[in-house]
Design a protein around this ligand. Structure first.
Ligand code: ZN
Ligand code: ZN
Length: 177
């Protein structure tokens, strides 16, 4: 079922890359041969990855060295599917030989025609952290909440109010006094 969603993404992303003349028919065929997968469900920092086979040091990797393109499973939810398309586009840019996030890469990345998707990374990261959070660190002054995996144990201050943050278990929507 999941794989079907990845194929659906691919069926949107590859034609756009053709329109942008980033790939030709032959490259499209090669991209289609790359196995698609999912990254760990509880990953919060990594949103997607293009995995290459190991090669000799200093060797320039090409499309033939790609082992897998993997997307975060949470990005396949309807709410984030626009971002998932952009993630796949980003990883395919790596796959076609743009290994580093250099200025060339960023320029190519910026050609993706969905502005919301291009700016969704931060919000998606926050969404993942709040999902995996066991604790909320809350400022008793301004009520700003920071979802975290560990307790703050009185070690952190609100950046704005300079007041010690209070721990409360995550999943609890109301603050208990
Ligand atoms: Zn990247
Ligand atoms: Zn505060």
């Amino acid at each position: 079922m999941t794989n079907e969603k990845l194929i659906e993404l691919q069926n949107i992303v590859l034609p756009v890359m053709r329109i942008l003349t980033l790939i030709d028919q032959e490259m499209e065929k090669k991209l289609k041969e790359i196995p698609l997968g999912l990254i760990r469900k509880n990953a919060t920092r990594m949103h997607a990855v293009c995995r290459f086979k190991r090669g000799p040091k200093g060797y320039t990797k090409t499309i033939n060295d790609v082992k897998e393109v993997a997307i975060h499973p949470e990005a396949l939810n309807e709410q984030w599917i626009h971002y998932a398309r952009f993630l796949m586009y980003h990883e395919y840019l790596h796959a076609i030989g743009n290994i580093r996030h250099d200025s060339v890469f960023r320029e190519l990345e910026s050609r993706w025609p969905d502005e919301d998707a291009k700016n969704a990374g931060k919000e998606f990261g926050r969404y993942l952290r709040s999902k995996s959070a066991k604790w909320n660190w809350t400022c008793p002054e301004c009520n700003k909440t920071h979802p975290r995996s560990r307790k703050s144990n009185g070690r952190y201050l609100c950046r704005i109010c300079k007041v010690t943050l209070i721990d409360s278990p995550a999943g609890q929507t109301h603050q208990t006094q």
